[in-house]
Structures are given as C-alpha cells and as structure tokens.
Design a protein around this ligand. Structure first.
Ligand SMILES: Nc1ncnc2c1ncn2[C@@H]1O[C@H](COP(=O)(O)OP(=O)(O)O)[C@@H](O)[C@H]1O
Ligand SMILES: [Mg+2]
Length: 410
C-alpha cells in the first residue's frame, strides 16, 4: 500500500505533529481566559524557520474556537508609510466588523463602527499625520493614532455586545517600524491606540494584539513607544528541546520526527541523533524527516536505521544547503557576500562589528553600509546589545561548509 509522506518542510506549513509547544499553547489559552478583565497583548519573536507562523496559526484556531473574531495578516515594509498602514488597518477592521455584523438588530452600531473605521484612512497625507508641538522632541499628537483608537474602541464595543472578542494577529511584524526622519510613526500610532483602547477598566474592551516576527520586533516596539513592553507578554520561540521531558522518553525535537511516522519506525537512538545533528531546528527536522522517509520507502524498508541515516545524510544536507541557504547567499551583491564570508570566518553564529572590522582592510563606512544592506535584506539582524546574528539558524555553519573565506576577502 502506498502511504503519504507525512512531513512538511515549508513556510508556515502545519507540521504533522506540533512538537514542544505545549507551554506556549497553554499560556495563550490563559491569555484568552483572562479577557476582558485582564487585557494583554502578545509578542512572538524567533529566527526564520523555528515555527512562529505555525504557532500563530494555532493561536488563530484556538481563539476562533473560543468565539473570537480573528484576523491574521502578514505585514510588509510597504506599511511603514502611515497612509498605506492606515488603509491596511482599516481593511482589517472592516473585515472584523463584517464578521461581527451577522445580527440585524445591531445594524446601527455596525454602521457607526464602519464609519469610524472609514475615518482611519481619510486624508492621511505626508506632514499632516503627526503634528509636532513647539519645542517638542517627539510627536505630540498623531491623527492616525486618534483615529485608530476611536475605531478600535468602536469595534471592540461591538464585539463586546455579542460576547465576543477581536484578535488582531500580525505576522512578519518586524517589517513595520517608525522612522523619525520621515515623520512616519505607524507602529507607535497603533501601540498607543491599543494602549488607550484597552485602558478603561470600567469599560474593558475585548481587543487583543498579537505581533509576530524576527527578533528586531522587540526593539521596534521599544523604540515606537516608551513602556510599550508592558503592553505585551513575550514569547521567544526557538529550536525544539533536545532533552526528554518526563514522562516522555523522547525529546520534543525527536518527537517531531517519530510521532508523524505511522508506517515507519526509527531504530532506537536514531531520531535523537538526527535531532541533535540539526540542533532541534524545526524546519530541518521536517526536511530530514521527509527525505529519510522517502529513502526508506525507496528501499522498501519500514525502519529508519543508523545505517540508512549515515548513507543519506550528506546528500540530504547538500540538497538542504542548495534550496534553503544558498539562494539567500546568492541573492546578495558581491561585496555583501564577501562580508558574509568574513563574518563566518570568525566562527559561531554571531559577531560584533569590531571583530569583523579587525579581519578586514575595508573602510568602516563600506563595512557599515554592507551590514545595513544585509540587515535590510533580512539576512542579519542586530540585537539589543549591538551584536550581529544571522536570521536563519546555522547560517554561519553553512557559510563555513560551503563558502570559505577567499584570498580576496580583505
Ligand atoms: N513545533 C513544531 N514541531 C514540528 N515542526 C514544526 C514545529 N514548528 C514549525 N515546524 C515546521 O518548521 C517549518 C517552519 O515553520 P514556520 O512556522 O514557517 O517558521 P517561521 O514562521 O518561524 O519562519 C515548517 O515546515 C513547519 O512545519
Ligand atoms: Mg513565518
């Protein structure tokens, strides 16, 4: 009988078994249960391929199950412009109102909510979005923020009359940040509006914001609004644990391999071995699981043994490098490829600018520009302590494996 390969390497593709996220799911359930008396938002951060989108989709399912109206959308850098941001948010909220307006008797309320949503995007042209008071350091009053607050309050109130809540889930949320020099504050406007809408304890609104993205999201939130951190609960998502958690006798990472395989078994110790080799990285677990399942199937065997893994391992890694890492490297310009080779030659998965500068004769200016481009291309990010790291786990390893430092990398 032909059975299907259960594994699912991909972008946001639901894994056959969601391993090691029990705590995150429980905490989310708790967050929902606390509403509306306690109103908290959620910030999810982690590197590429660790399973943020998959988790966000799971949150969506859970919230819907509890009767919430849920919108899940990807943000992109285009939304850094307040006008585009306003249009997008107005669209999302319109959808939320639509989902809430099934009952005719609340038609007046629905119309009123729709009007406030429509107002969000009216005449938001450059320069009028934020008015800066004399001598003020930052924006004093944001038109966008005001309108967002009014609309969110209306939509929230509408949801409340139906005993429901509205959850706004934004993926790739690190793409939207404030830019002082351009006087564009989309993130700050949204955070302030949410804070204001959630503030009233006598009139608690069932509105929740979930922002999900690469690690710079945390810094963006911080820069957008002082004290914004307290609005959020943080979930830092990483690779799956490699240690078994009793009562389980397999680690979460190994379970991601073993549990989906109904017709194929892993010989004792092999799943843990693979899990360790890929450091519990979810994307790679799916990739190796799929490839080994395929190999066993071709062999006509029902066991993934140490020998099979040994035989296939190099080829699987090669394909993975080719499809996952290589395009990221190839798509950058030559000077930036050289920067990546220099950085990798330092060893490890993170580096400081000083260490990088010490390995090369290139000018600080050229180096800084190259690093900025690599950040803009989402290959690197800079953490709170000014340390540079790759957005994909094990990218440094890949570089050392495939792209050693060359003689001309000066
Ligand atoms: N908890 C998990 N257990 C098993 N596989 C997972 C888990 N989380 C994610 N994956 C798999 O990892 C890959 C990347 O997931 P994705 O959500 O797209 O990551 P991210 O959004 O962080 O880049 C997908 O193939 C997915 O099926
Ligand atoms: Mg994702």
């Amino acid at each position: 009988m032909i059975t299907k390969n259960p594994y699912s390497p991909g972008v946001g593709t639901r894994p056959p078994y969601l391993a090691g996220r029990e705590q995150q799911l429980r905490r989310f359930e708790r967050l929902l249960a606390d509403y509306p008396e306690k109103r908290r938002n959620l910030r999810i951060t982690g590197l590429r391929g660790v399973g943020k989108t998959v988790l966000l989709k799971e949150y969506e399912r859970i919230a819907r199950h509890h009767g919430w109206v849920v919108l899940r959308r990807d943000w992109s850098v285009r939304l850094c412009e307040e006008t585009d941001f306003a249009i997008a948010i107005a669209d999302y909220l319109r959808e939320a109102v639509d989902a809430l307006s099934l009952k005719a008797k609340i038609r007046n309320q629905v119309t009123a909510a729709m009007q406030t949503v429509g107002q969000i995007q009216v005449q938001l042209t450059e320069g009028v979005t934020v008015s800066v008071g004399p001598g003020a350091v930052g924006p004093v009053k944001s038109v966008l923020e005001d309108r967002l607050r009014i609309a969110l309050t209306r939509v929230g109130a509408l949801a409340r009359t139906q005993g429901r809540g509205v959850a706004l889930l934004f993926d790739e949320a690190h793409s939207v940040y404030d830019r002082k020099h351009k006087r564009q504050y989309p993130l700050g406007a949204l955070l302030s509006a949410i804070a204001a809408a959630q503030d009233d304890d006598d009139d608690p609104l069932p509105v929740m914001l979930v922002l999900c993205g690469l690690p710079p999201l945390t810094g963006n939130i911080h820069a957008a609004r002082s004290n914004a951190e307290r609005l959020f609960r943080g979930e830092e998502i990483g690779n799956l644990p490699l240690e078994p958690q009793p009562p389980e006798d397999l680690s979460a990472a190994a379970q991601a391999l073993v549990r989906p395989a109904k017709d194929i078994t892993y010989t004792q110790g092999v799943a843990e071995r693979i899990a360790r080799d890929v450091d519990g990285y979810p994307y790679f677990l799916q990739w190796f699981g799929e490839a080994l399942w395929e190999a066993a199937d071709l062999d006509g065997t029902t066991a993934i043994t140490a020998e099979l893994y040994e035989r296939e391992r190099a080829a699987i890694q090669r394909d993975l490098d080719e499809e996952f890492f290589e395009p990221r490297y190839r798509d950058t310009r030559q000077a930036d490829q050289s920067t990546l080779r220099l950085a990798a030659s330092l060893g490890g998965e993170r580096f400081t600018r000083a260490d990088l500068a010490a390995t090369t004769k290139r000018s600080t200016g050229a180096l800084a520009q190259s690093l900025s481009r690599l950040i803009a291309d989402n290959l690197l990010y800079r953490d709170d302590h000014g340390i540079y790291a790759y957005t994909a786990p094990m990218f440094g390893d890949f570089m050392r494996r495939r792209h050693k430092r060359l003689g001309e990398d000066q």
